[in-house]
Design a protein around this ligand. Structure first.
Ligand code: ADP
Ligand code: MG
Length: 324
């Protein structure tokens, strides 16, 4: 059955919470080839939880020069710097440093880290000089020193070699978790990881879109390995996964996806994706979108359910032949 729709002003709204900004939007929805989903909060629930805290022994030498400053090369080419750091920093220390930095961030990853620390009864010290590096992580001055929490790129950009933690990170990422590195005063001290769960209705929606000959696409700032693990759970073709996309690159990525005259719907929750929503042939904002996002959206879904994307497509197909 087709959901009943009514027109109020220029907004067409279906009884079940699908708002179209104008009648022409119905036509536009019909003409699409691909549906691009923002991963976090759209395909997944977006309520991340802290799952792992791993202290990393401080083998952070980038130069292959011994830590005692003697300039002696170790036979294996690596260097051991402060090799008692593994004892110095336990799980709780790593988490305390991470939570202290993240307490000033509003990112969902930050919330998971802070809540995880609170649940373990860890005291979270105030930090100062907080700085957000969009798409990469955060930095702040903590009671224990200058700290960084973020991805490999954030560490490399600050002269820290992520290598000692990479194997561990990859293992977490293959499980679909987001792994982040923690560094203190220029040295790696650990890894923290969070997990998010895929929405059951997302899986069904992906399958239904494919049946209609539409290409489901995933767009995320998260790393490649995590993105592919989640895409696999959802049945999204690996070729349609765009990972490690910086917030300000999302609109360009939509343009690439729309190359060769292809048209895309972009579905997002509005956090950082307003330009992508406007660039797409149709922008759909899902759930409790921000005001900016609703402003840039052609369709607003009142509920927090990716299945309503399918509903929007069905409504447009069912009503297109009628005269409004
Ligand atoms: P998403 O598409 O999940 O919103 P973002 O662009 O916000 O991705 O972030 C991309 C990556 O940058 C994250 O997966 C994480 O590795 C790192 N990152 C971003 N913000 C933070 C933060 N507050 N703490 C730690 N890492 C972060
Ligand atoms: Mg984001």
């Amino acid at each position: 059955a087709t959901p009943a729709a009514t027109m109020v002003g220029s907004t067409i709204s279906a009884t079940n919470g699908v708002l179209f900004k104008g009648a022409d939007i119905l036509e536009r929805v019909r003409g699409v080839d691909a549906v691009v989903f923002d991963k976090t909060g759209t395909l997944t629930h977006g309520d991340m939880v802290l799952t792992d805290v791993v202290p990393i022994r401080g083998e952070t030498g980038m130069s292959g020069v011994a830590a005692d400053g003697s300039g002696e090369e170790r036979p294996d080419g690596g260097a051991v710097i402060g090799d008692d750091r593994g004892d110095e920093f336990g799980e709780d220390d790593v988490l305390a440093v991470a939570a202290s930095v993240e307490s000033d961030s509003e990112h969902p990853l930050a919330q998971a880290i802070v809540e995880g620390a609170q649940e373990r009864g860890i005291e979270i010290d105030d930090a100062s000089a907080f700085e957000n590096v969009p798409g990469h992580g955060v930095r702040a001055e903590t009671a224990r020193g200058e700290a960084l929490v973020g991805n490999r790129k954030l560490m490399r950009d600050n002269g820290i070699d992520p290598e000692p933690a990479v194997e561990r990170m990859e293992r977490l990422e293959r499980d679909g978790k987001t792994a982040m590195l923690v560094a203190l005063d220029g040295e790696l001290i650990g890894v923290v990881a969070t997990a998010d769960t895929v929405r059951e209705s997302a899986k069904e929606t992906i399958a239904a879109l494919q049946e209609r000959g539409l290409d489901p696409v995933m767009l995320t700032g998260d790393n490649e390995r995590t993105a592919h693990a989640v895409a696999k759970q959802l049945g999204i073709d690996p070729e349609n996964v765009y990972a490690e996309v910086l917030p300000d690159e999302k609109a360009d990525t939509i343009e690439r996806i729309q190359g060769d005259g292809r048209r895309a719907i972009m579905v997002g929750d509005g956090v950082n994706d307003a330009p992508a929503l406007t660039t797409a042939h149709v922008g759909i904002v899902i759930g409790s979108g921000t005001d900016v996002a609703i402003e840039s959206a052609d369709v607003t879904l009142m509920r927090d359910d990716p299945a309503d994307v399918l509903k929007a497509i069905r409504i447009s197909e069912a009503t297109i032949s009628k005269v409004w």
